[in-house]
Design a protein around this ligand. Structure first.
Ligand code: BDR
Ligand code: CA
Length: 315
């Protein structure tokens, strides 16, 4: 019997690896991409929206609605990542811009309507700072009943990238992340413990770039840009969180109490994962405050996810 496609929504700050995630989500037959919400992060919001529509158009999915959301974090000042993603957030490749417009609705209400209007529970895949999702859960908590799970690209059990301790998406808006991580929704954290492990090599990128297919060609061009900065092989980045929905068996998850640090200071934006073996017995008087159980991705079948991504975007 054929599986029904899984209804999903992506929240993005497109961004090169957000583009990789969008291409996979837009093209994979097991997914039903209901819509995409945008938030500032890798680049300013207007650019995120333009990039998101450009990518969906390249995937042949101009039918997928796109909404603009928060233009800045809840409390912090914005901090963009243009040094990695390019001045336009998408590798400065001069790809033709989309001629369509985002929907005439703020992303938070757009998300509410999509989630409540769908007959099945919807899986949310935020691969960006969590500002839109925090606003959604705060203003419209009734959506929680129709969310299957959150699969978040963000955080880690050990590594940082924006700072020594904090991952970019969480660090960009820690107050929002704290709201989302403490919500009563099953949550998978596809964080830096696995994020860098799914590789695409130079030859594969060249083949993508030379493809006749717009989705593959776009991936090859922006992938080459980031390789020029970070070197080969590149990682599929945010697209791994989409792989985790299509093929959850490719990940090893362990559930631990997890909290977000919002204090000013060197740990701001860190996700603290309590992996102590006896935390529930002798050490529970020193439990992490405000922690909630999160399924943390600690290992990924890299070849399996790289193949899934490559095969889908070249199909
Ligand atoms: C995350 O930050 C952004 O640069 C990427 O798009 C990804 O979502 C990695 O820390
Ligand atoms: Ca992102």
């Amino acid at each position: 019997m054929q599986k029904r496609p899984i209804p999903i929504i992506l929240d993005v700050d497109t961004g090169i690896d957000d583009a990789f995630a969008l291409l996979l989500a837009a093209k994979h037959p097991d997914l039903n991409l209901l819509g995409v919400s945008c938030v500032d992060g890798n680049c300013p919001l207007d650019q995120v929206v333009a990039n998101t529509m450009l990518v969906l158009d390249a995937a042949g999915r101009a039918d997928v609605p796109v909404a603009a959301g928060a233009a800045r974090p809840l409390v912090a000042e914005p901090n963009y990542a243009l040094a990695v993603h390019g001045e336009d957030g998408l590798g400065n490749i001069n790809w033709p811009k989309s001629t369509r417009k985002p929907v005439d609705q703020f992303a938070v209400e757009f998300l509410r309507d999509l989630i409540l209007g769908h007959p099945e529970k919807v899986t949310l895949i935020p691969v960006a700072p969590l500002t839109n999702i925090a606003l959604l859960l705060t203003e419209y908590p009734e959506v929680i009943a129709n969310i299957e799970k959150l699969v978040i690209m963000g955080g880690s059990a050990g590594l940082g990238n924006a700072t020594a301790l904090a991952e970019f998406n969480i660090w960009h808006d820690p107050e929002a992340a704290q709201i989302v991580f403490s919500a009563d929704i099953p949550t998978v954290m596809y964080g830096l413990d696995v994020f860098y492990d799914v590789h695409i090599g130079e030859l594969q990128l060249t083949n993508l770039k030379n493809s006749e297919l717009p989705a593959a060609k776009l991936a090859g061009e922006i992938g080459e840009f980031i390789a020029g900065i970070l070197g080969y092989p590149i990682t599929i980045g945010d697209a791994g969180a989409v792989c985790a929905v299509i093929d959850p068996a490719g990940l090893e998850l362990e559930t631990y109490p997890t909290a977000v640090i919002t204090d000013k200071g060197p740990a701001r934006g860190m996700t603290v994962v309590d992996r102590r073996p006896y935390r529930d017995t002798v050490e529970n008087e020193r439990a992490l405050p405000d922690a909630r159980d999160v399924a943390v991705a600690l290992k990924v079948d890299s070849e399996r996810y790289a193949k899934l991504w490559l095969q889908t975007i070249t199909s």
